[in-house]
Design a protein around this ligand. Sequence first.
Ligand code: GDG
Length: 472
Amino acid sequence: MSRADLVVVANRLPVDRVVSEGGESWRRSPGGLVTALEPVMRKPDRAWVGWAGQPDLDIAPFDFEGARLVPVALSASEIEQYYEGFANGTIWPLYHDVIAAPLYKRRWWEVYVQVNRRFAQAAADVVEQGGVVWVQDYQLQLVPKMLRELRPDITIGYFHHIPFPAYGLYSQLPWRRQVLEGLLGADVIGFQRQADAGNFQRSVRRVLRYTTRSSEVVVPSAEGEPRVAIAKAYPISIDADAFIRLAQDPDVQARATEIREQLGSPKTILLGVDRLDYTKGIRHRLKAFGELLEDGRLSVGDATLVQVASPSRQRVDAYAELRDEIELTVGRINGDYDTMHHTAIRYLHQGFPREEMVALYLAADVMLVTALRDGMNLVAKEYVASRIDNSGVLLLSEFAGAADELTSALLVNPHDIDGMKDLIMRAVEMSPGEQSRRMRALRRRVLDHDVEDWSQDFLTDIEKVRRVRRGA
Ligand code: GDG
């Protein structure tokens, strides 16, 4: 098998398997990570190691759009324990400030270790001598250390897409030491916000007693000289030009006009777009909107909330429960306030093509991003990029990573329902002049720092390490 100079390792491959009468084929999957790494993967000598998305598929590596794809097979019970269990039932809630209670199950941990080892081995087998492996996200926190043991010649990066919690919470994790050691196998450990990098470093000092100075962690080594790992913020972004092009497309613009008409031409369209996840603050948002209708500060002729809640992790209990709660709330609010012509909330538990998403962004006068905790939140950046005429208002949670950059948004504490209600009213009533002033500043930030800058910043730091290593 030919080897690659840069290998991306992620839970999922960037493709979905399609089985039809003509046999098996692969289609590029719509996820954000695929878009984020597109400029990186376009170059020669690239490989991507990941799960193909279905249980018990044992497939040989194959080429897709110029890159080598290396599938990692997972059994149904491994998916249950490593992915739905440890990754999404333990780490996800713990790292999002225990919004839902994390479950600590020893069996899940064992399977997480076993599966991480399989990913590490697959990456070790495909990376060329002195090459680079870039590991993605919380499903694979042990891979950096495992890889370093297998391939001491390579340079290893890790990017953490979700928050890293404060030590007081992180310290609950029964395997807190092993996870930190796993991550510190990387030469460069990237986080979304400076605060995440700070939380990580504090945990490293408290649990492992290692020294840190600014963005460096000194990692002792049994063989001699300590190694320096870099732990700092590389805020992820979007392909802003792709959103601008779609927003300029006359068909997409016509669709935006049509959406408004189909909703009964309300004065204001408010929009929420999230995976159906308890971290996104959908319930808080519905509560605030429902109370504004109840108080008479809004009426259904004036305002409609469109809530896209794309299906997510439906086999994890907390997600099934959340869906029930949200659907009960939407049903109640609509039951109380809908008329024959207008609806309070247009709720869509569906996924849509990118074109439809941008049409929604164009139709929405107010975008509601009210996450209780979120690594970054790309939806906020997508909305801003799509507002090519500088109109529209972004209401953005302080607890989303994007709040560090998008400071001209209306920043909201989603736990404060009264405060959120006042801010929604402020957004609904904002003058065109203020909208435009704020939106220009927001757009400048997103356009100046797109996803290609993100990957370049990260890989430039990786290259620096590699050069030092080669020099040595
Ligand atoms: C994780 C972190 C971090 C959603 N529904 C549809 C659809 N989407 C797209 C959005 C956006 C992406 O999915 C969601 O990204 P977010 O950043 O908002 O949130 P997570 O999925 O939780 O992502 C997050 C991110 O990783 C990157 O590091 O920002 O904090 O939690 O691009 O547009 N896209 C389409 N149809 C849908 O129905 N086409």
